[in-house]
Design a protein around this ligand. Sequence first.
Ligand code: ATP
Ligand code: MG
Length: 445
Amino acid sequence: MRVSRYFMPVLKENPAEAQIVSHRYMLRAGMIKQQAAGIYSWLPLGLRVLNRIQTIVHEEQQRAGHIPLLMPTLQPADLWRESGRYDDYGQEMLRIKDRQDREMLYGPTNEEMITDIFRAHVNSYKDLPLTLYHIQWKFRDEMRPRFGVMRGREFLMKDGYNFDVDKAAALHAYNRHMVSYLRTYERMGLTAIPMRADSGPIGGEDTHEFLVLAATGESEVFFDSAVTDLRLGNREVDYDNREEVASVCKEFTTLYARTDETHDQALFDAIPEERRKVARGIEVGQIFYFGTKYSEAMGATVVTADGSKVPVEMGSHGIGVSRLLGAIIEASHDDKGIIWPEGVTPFPVGIVNLKQGDAAADAACEGLYKALAAKGLEALYDDREERAGAKFATMDLIGLPWRITVGPRGLANGVVELTSRRTGVSEELTPEAAVAKLVEIYAGI
Ligand code: ATP
Ligand code: MG
């Protein structure tokens, strides 16, 4: 993409309404525009990151054997009357009437609808295990929408639902989700710690929230600092192997890590003092085992191997897809702007032409742009007739992890400069070597 032809309305001034850094940088980089409280348009640069995040979520869900579908945003109220949640949900639910006076709602989540799909088509244990998920817009009429996409009213969520024949199988689905989420967040360059959370009125112990540590987080968290060193890395996990998946979960949930809702001071005090941490975190996901709560209320049953009919065991599992942009920026920025991890960056690399109109510089930039494209790397080429300082400031603000700087002086020696946004370290390379290095960097992403 050439900057001269792109739509990237960068702001020079700090927008007054933004209280936290991620919101400020998303507005300044021209990624989003607020249309109403907690409701945003996704401008081209923001949409690119949102799409990258969705791609990672899809890949990791499908790697775990989960199946995508797509449910609508609008739902009939009657489905929610079956579970009893139409009355329970309160003012967070946006209720709408259509022209026939039928009561509808903009879905805040989809347990009822997925249970309705299940009961219409599945009735045998032979069709299980089954996990269906989608990535769809949700609406919650939050009391205090704030911090940009972090707490919106309309927001994008991945929500998945497992259906299993018994509790042991459903807990395996829970564990599978935990491992797939760990991998998902790591690919986005994040450390998201699974923390035991409160299951609320449903009871039981089987819910974890995933938290990204950040001073601006809304949750207070208590943990053993050793938990922040855990990494899944590239290890292969066989998602069908219950013991293997459970042992990974154990590795990540044995050290103390809890939100304030489930915090236990006595257990916390037992951690060696230097490892006891109290901090703030951003909730980027939650997994939940709830058994037969919805299947019983809505008559979703399966016939088991011995011929008996039982309500299907379920759980639901969510990732805050649009919130993740905010969380990633909170975790990865400096005073010049965003620093995108390679996994989610809107463009893998930026090209800055120091002297637009200089025949050699223009030709070298064009050559780099095409050579990168041929390797599947779409560069953002700043081909505007702007001063170098302004081009650098824009590149730093929008946070592409790599920048190639091309100028007549370097070209006279046959080199361009490749700079890391994260470390600021630059390297002089031939254009071919710069392309080769980027190809290598992105090969594993
Ligand atoms: P919170 O406690 O932050 O209100 P929640 O626990 O009600 O969130 P869930 O029902 O668990 O949310 O939804 C799954 C994920 O969706 C959350 O982990 C979070 O990342 C994201 N999410 C929830 N509410 C919002 C919102 N208002 N704006 C953006 N993302 C949200
Ligand atoms: Mg939650």
